[in-house]
Design a protein around this ligand. Structure first.
Ligand code: DX5
Ligand code: ZN
Length: 220
């Protein structure tokens, strides 16, 4: 069993000081960072796009985990890979030809991942699972930080874990939305490999201590 990966969501960070936040995360021992890209159409909120990520790429060695909450992501895959995304996660609900989109991400040189909204059944992944580096289970409706974890997500994670085990593939399970040290233990029990945390992480500095709190919670 691999140790838990925590991917802090910059959505809850200080946007006026992204470079400072990124170096603070790196110094605190984090290895991943989660970028929530929102287009005001797929979700009712707008954040940032490739130029901001590209600017920050020059200042950080962290693994850039990029969550695209945008319509027709095919239009921008190349821009995000060029900007420095290590992993690109598209929403199944936003892709008409999901398999094509995933192949394109891999061809561009990033790791392909798929996010599922809370209501989207796991069955949509049946044929693409072996070619995915990660599946993101949304445990809130995307668009905003600081929402409450939707309880049925636990069962969904457990089911996904057994789908992955049955196919003997290495796909990671990421959980995003309402993650806290309080539900971390159960999430890891259910099969989560990567946890995203926005508000429950950034509101509690110092980051090194907060990371430790999550890691310890994962072991309980
Ligand atoms: C929601 C985003 C999440 C969110 C997590 O649309 O995808 O990454 O920022 O924030 P918290 O941890 O506050 O729920
Ligand atoms: Zn996210």
């Amino acid at each position: 069993q691999q140790e838990l990966i925590l991917s802090p969501s910059l959505l809850a960070s200080d946007f006026s000081n992204l470079a400072g936040e990124l170096s603070a995360l790196e110094e605190a021992g984090l290895t991943w960072v989660h970028w929530d890209v929102m287009d005001g159409s797929f979700v009712p909120n707008i954040t940032f796009g490739p130029p901001i990520i590209a600017g920050c790429r020059k200042k950080s060695r962290l693994f850039f985990d990029v969550h695209l909450m945008i319509e027709e992501p095919d239009r921008y895959l190349e821009d995000f890979v060029r900007a420095g995304a290590d992993l690109l996660c598209v929403h199944a609900e936003a892709c008409r030809h999901l398999e094509r989109t995933l192949s394109e991400i891999a061809r561009l040189g990033a790791r392909p991942a798929v996010a599922l909204n809370p209501h989207t059944p796991l069955e949509i992944l049946e044929y693409v699972l072996p070619r995915l580096d990660m599946v993101l289970i949304m445990s809130v409706n995307p668009g905003f930080g600081g929402q409450k974890f939707i309880p049925f997500s636990m069962e969904k994670i457990r089911r996904l874990k057994s789908m992955i085990a049955a196919r003997d593939c290495k796909t990671l399970i990421q959980v995003d939305g309402g993650v806290t040290p309080e539900n971390t233990g159960e999430l890891v029990q259910c099969g989560a490999d990567v946890l995203v945390s926005g508000s429950a992480f950034f509101a509690h500095p110092p980051y090194r201590e907060r990371l430790k709190t999550f890691i310890n919670a994962a072991r309980d």
